[in-house]
Design a protein around this ligand. Structure first.
Ligand SMILES: C[S@@+](CC[C@H](N)C(=O)[O-])C[C@H]1O[C@@H](n2cnc3c(N)ncnc32)[C@H](O)[C@@H]1O
Length: 206
Protein backbone atom coordinates (compact mmCIF):
# COMPACT_ATOMS: atom_id res chain seq x y z
CA UNK A 1 0.00 0.00 0.00
CA UNK A 2 1.25 3.50 -0.81
CA UNK A 3 2.78 5.37 2.15
CA UNK A 4 0.06 8.04 2.27
CA UNK A 5 -2.72 5.43 2.33
CA UNK A 6 -0.93 3.62 5.17
CA UNK A 7 -0.73 6.91 7.06
CA UNK A 8 -4.41 7.63 6.47
CA UNK A 9 -5.44 4.16 7.57
CA UNK A 10 -3.40 4.41 10.75
CA UNK A 11 -4.83 7.80 11.71
CA UNK A 12 -8.36 6.69 10.85
CA UNK A 13 -7.81 3.85 13.32
CA UNK A 14 -6.42 5.95 16.17
CA UNK A 15 -8.37 9.20 15.59
CA UNK A 16 -10.73 8.95 18.56
CA UNK A 17 -7.99 7.91 20.97
CA UNK A 18 -5.61 10.55 19.59
CA UNK A 19 -8.23 13.21 20.21
CA UNK A 20 -8.76 11.97 23.76
CA UNK A 21 -5.03 11.79 24.47
CA UNK A 22 -3.86 15.07 22.90
CA UNK A 23 -6.80 17.50 22.92
CA UNK A 24 -5.44 19.33 25.98
CA UNK A 25 -1.74 18.85 25.28
CA UNK A 26 -1.05 22.55 24.72
CA UNK A 27 -1.90 23.21 28.38
CA UNK A 28 1.57 21.86 29.25
CA UNK A 29 3.50 23.11 26.18
CA UNK A 30 4.22 26.81 26.72
CA UNK A 31 6.73 27.23 23.87
CA UNK A 32 4.32 25.67 21.37
CA UNK A 33 1.64 28.09 22.55
CA UNK A 34 3.95 31.08 22.12
CA UNK A 35 4.76 30.07 18.56
CA UNK A 36 1.13 29.39 17.66
CA UNK A 37 -0.04 32.65 19.22
CA UNK A 38 2.69 34.50 17.32
CA UNK A 39 1.47 33.06 14.04
CA UNK A 40 -2.14 33.88 14.88
CA UNK A 41 -1.33 37.49 15.72
CA UNK A 42 0.59 37.97 12.45
CA UNK A 43 -2.00 36.17 10.26
CA UNK A 44 -4.03 38.34 7.94
CA UNK A 45 -6.28 35.83 6.14
CA UNK A 46 -7.12 32.15 6.04
CA UNK A 47 -4.77 29.86 7.99
CA UNK A 48 -4.22 26.32 6.73
CA UNK A 49 -3.65 23.69 9.43
CA UNK A 50 -1.85 20.95 7.47
CA UNK A 51 -1.94 17.50 9.03
CA UNK A 52 -4.43 18.97 11.44
CA UNK A 53 -5.19 15.83 13.38
CA UNK A 54 -8.34 16.48 15.42
CA UNK A 55 -7.92 20.25 15.12
CA UNK A 56 -6.76 21.19 18.62
CA UNK A 57 -3.69 22.99 17.21
CA UNK A 58 -5.69 25.00 14.72
CA UNK A 59 -8.23 25.76 17.45
CA UNK A 60 -5.55 27.69 19.33
CA UNK A 61 -5.18 29.94 16.26
CA UNK A 62 -8.93 30.17 15.67
CA UNK A 63 -9.32 31.41 19.24
CA UNK A 64 -7.56 34.59 18.05
CA UNK A 65 -10.37 35.16 15.54
CA UNK A 66 -8.58 33.72 12.51
CA UNK A 67 -10.42 31.46 10.05
CA UNK A 68 -8.69 28.06 10.01
CA UNK A 69 -9.05 25.40 7.29
CA UNK A 70 -7.88 21.91 8.21
CA UNK A 71 -6.21 19.54 5.76
CA UNK A 72 -5.55 15.95 6.70
CA UNK A 73 -4.97 12.74 4.79
CA UNK A 74 -7.17 10.89 7.30
CA UNK A 75 -10.95 11.20 6.90
CA UNK A 76 -11.54 10.53 10.60
CA UNK A 77 -9.08 13.25 11.59
CA UNK A 78 -10.53 15.72 9.10
CA UNK A 79 -14.02 15.00 10.45
CA UNK A 80 -12.84 15.69 14.00
CA UNK A 81 -11.06 18.87 12.89
CA UNK A 82 -14.20 20.10 11.12
CA UNK A 83 -15.91 20.20 14.53
CA UNK A 84 -13.26 22.55 15.96
CA UNK A 85 -12.30 24.62 12.92
CA UNK A 86 -14.04 26.49 10.12
CA UNK A 87 -13.78 23.71 7.55
CA UNK A 88 -11.75 20.60 6.80
CA UNK A 89 -10.72 18.72 3.67
CA UNK A 90 -9.12 15.35 3.11
CA UNK A 91 -5.95 15.78 1.07
CA UNK A 92 -2.29 14.90 0.95
CA UNK A 93 -0.06 17.81 1.83
CA UNK A 94 1.91 17.79 -1.43
CA UNK A 95 -1.38 18.13 -3.37
CA UNK A 96 -3.36 20.82 -1.58
CA UNK A 97 -6.83 21.59 -3.01
CA UNK A 98 -6.16 25.30 -2.75
CA UNK A 99 -5.34 27.91 -5.36
CA UNK A 100 -1.98 29.59 -5.72
CA UNK A 101 -1.30 32.38 -3.20
CA UNK A 102 -4.74 31.87 -1.56
CA UNK A 103 -3.52 31.40 1.99
CA UNK A 104 -1.92 33.84 4.42
CA UNK A 105 -0.42 31.37 6.89
CA UNK A 106 0.26 27.68 7.38
CA UNK A 107 0.72 25.66 10.52
CA UNK A 108 1.98 22.08 10.18
CA UNK A 109 2.58 20.57 13.60
CA UNK A 110 4.11 17.09 13.60
CA UNK A 111 2.69 16.16 10.20
CA UNK A 112 5.79 16.41 7.99
CA UNK A 113 7.13 13.70 10.33
CA UNK A 114 5.18 11.15 8.27
CA UNK A 115 6.64 12.17 4.90
CA UNK A 116 9.19 9.85 3.35
CA UNK A 117 12.40 11.89 3.54
CA UNK A 118 12.63 12.36 -0.28
CA UNK A 119 9.10 13.87 -0.28
CA UNK A 120 9.88 16.74 2.09
CA UNK A 121 10.96 19.09 -0.71
CA UNK A 122 7.76 18.44 -2.70
CA UNK A 123 5.59 19.22 0.31
CA UNK A 124 7.42 22.45 1.14
CA UNK A 125 7.20 23.61 -2.49
CA UNK A 126 3.44 22.98 -2.30
CA UNK A 127 3.23 25.02 0.93
CA UNK A 128 5.03 27.86 -0.88
CA UNK A 129 2.69 27.61 -3.88
CA UNK A 130 -0.48 28.17 -1.83
CA UNK A 131 0.96 30.95 0.37
CA UNK A 132 0.71 34.57 -0.63
CA UNK A 133 4.05 36.39 -0.96
CA UNK A 134 5.20 37.27 2.55
CA UNK A 135 2.95 34.54 4.00
CA UNK A 136 4.18 32.55 6.96
CA UNK A 137 4.54 28.87 7.79
CA UNK A 138 5.21 27.32 11.20
CA UNK A 139 6.44 23.74 11.12
CA UNK A 140 7.37 21.28 13.84
CA UNK A 141 9.08 17.90 13.76
CA UNK A 142 11.16 15.51 15.85
CA UNK A 143 14.95 15.74 15.74
CA UNK A 144 16.96 12.79 14.53
CA UNK A 145 18.25 10.93 11.52
CA UNK A 146 16.21 7.73 11.49
CA UNK A 147 13.31 6.49 9.36
CA UNK A 148 11.20 4.24 11.57
CA UNK A 149 8.16 2.02 11.23
CA UNK A 150 5.63 2.26 14.05
CA UNK A 151 3.62 -0.92 14.68
CA UNK A 152 1.75 0.04 17.88
CA UNK A 153 0.17 3.44 18.59
CA UNK A 154 -2.31 4.32 21.34
CA UNK A 155 -3.09 0.65 21.90
CA UNK A 156 -3.76 -0.14 18.24
CA UNK A 157 -1.74 -2.26 15.85
CA UNK A 158 -0.74 0.06 13.02
CA UNK A 159 1.62 0.34 10.07
CA UNK A 160 3.01 3.87 10.06
CA UNK A 161 6.23 5.40 8.81
CA UNK A 162 7.86 8.24 10.73
CA UNK A 163 10.85 10.31 9.71
CA UNK A 164 13.16 12.17 12.07
CA UNK A 165 14.83 15.27 10.63
CA UNK A 166 17.83 17.40 11.51
CA UNK A 167 17.34 21.14 11.91
CA UNK A 168 19.87 21.79 9.11
CA UNK A 169 17.97 19.44 6.80
CA UNK A 170 14.69 21.27 7.40
CA UNK A 171 16.30 24.68 6.95
CA UNK A 172 17.92 23.61 3.66
CA UNK A 173 14.62 22.19 2.36
CA UNK A 174 12.76 25.37 3.31
CA UNK A 175 15.30 27.61 1.59
CA UNK A 176 15.15 25.40 -1.49
CA UNK A 177 11.36 25.64 -1.58
CA UNK A 178 11.36 29.45 -1.70
CA UNK A 179 11.18 30.44 1.96
CA UNK A 180 13.33 32.62 4.14
CA UNK A 181 13.88 31.23 7.63
CA UNK A 182 12.83 33.64 10.36
CA UNK A 183 13.71 31.21 13.14
CA UNK A 184 14.87 27.62 13.50
CA UNK A 185 15.01 26.21 16.99
CA UNK A 186 15.02 23.03 19.00
CA UNK A 187 13.68 22.42 22.46
CA UNK A 188 14.16 19.53 24.81
CA UNK A 189 11.05 17.38 25.30
CA UNK A 190 8.68 18.32 28.08
CA UNK A 191 8.20 15.67 30.76
CA UNK A 192 5.13 14.14 29.15
CA UNK A 193 6.70 13.83 25.68
CA UNK A 194 8.82 11.18 23.98
CA UNK A 195 12.61 11.41 24.20
CA UNK A 196 13.51 13.31 21.00
CA UNK A 197 14.11 17.05 20.80
CA UNK A 198 11.36 19.05 19.11
CA UNK A 199 12.21 21.24 16.10
CA UNK A 200 10.37 24.42 15.07
CA UNK A 201 10.76 26.52 11.94
CA UNK A 202 9.15 29.89 11.33
CA UNK A 203 9.24 30.57 7.59
CA UNK A 204 8.30 33.42 5.30
CA UNK A 205 7.58 32.97 1.62
CA UNK A 206 9.98 34.98 -0.50
C1 LIG B 1 1.20 13.30 14.66
S1 LIG B 1 -0.33 13.81 13.98
C2 LIG B 1 -0.28 15.57 14.32
C3 LIG B 1 -1.66 16.15 14.44
C4 LIG B 1 -1.67 17.57 14.95
N1 LIG B 1 -1.11 18.48 13.97
C5 LIG B 1 -0.93 17.65 16.26
O1 LIG B 1 0.07 18.39 16.34
O2 LIG B 1 -1.33 16.97 17.20
C6 LIG B 1 -0.03 13.78 12.24
C7 LIG B 1 -1.25 14.16 11.42
O3 LIG B 1 -0.83 14.46 10.09
C8 LIG B 1 -1.63 13.76 9.17
N2 LIG B 1 -0.78 13.49 8.00
C9 LIG B 1 0.31 12.70 7.95
N3 LIG B 1 0.85 12.70 6.73
C10 LIG B 1 0.07 13.53 5.97
C11 LIG B 1 0.12 13.95 4.61
N4 LIG B 1 1.08 13.52 3.79
N5 LIG B 1 -0.80 14.82 4.17
C12 LIG B 1 -1.79 15.26 5.00
N6 LIG B 1 -1.89 14.88 6.30
C13 LIG B 1 -0.97 14.04 6.79
C14 LIG B 1 -2.08 12.51 9.90
O4 LIG B 1 -3.24 11.93 9.35
C15 LIG B 1 -2.27 13.04 11.32
O5 LIG B 1 -3.57 13.53 11.53
Amino acid sequence: MAWDRRTARTYDTVAADYDEQFRDELDSKPRDCELLDGLAVRASGVVLDIGSGPGHIGARIRAHGRPVLAVDVSLAMAAAAARRLDAAVVAEMAHLPVGAEAISDIVAFYSIVHLPRPRLADALREFARVLEPGGHALLSAHEGTEDVTVVEFLGHQVDLSATFFSLDELVAAALGAGFTVASAERRAPYGNEGPNNRLYLELEKR
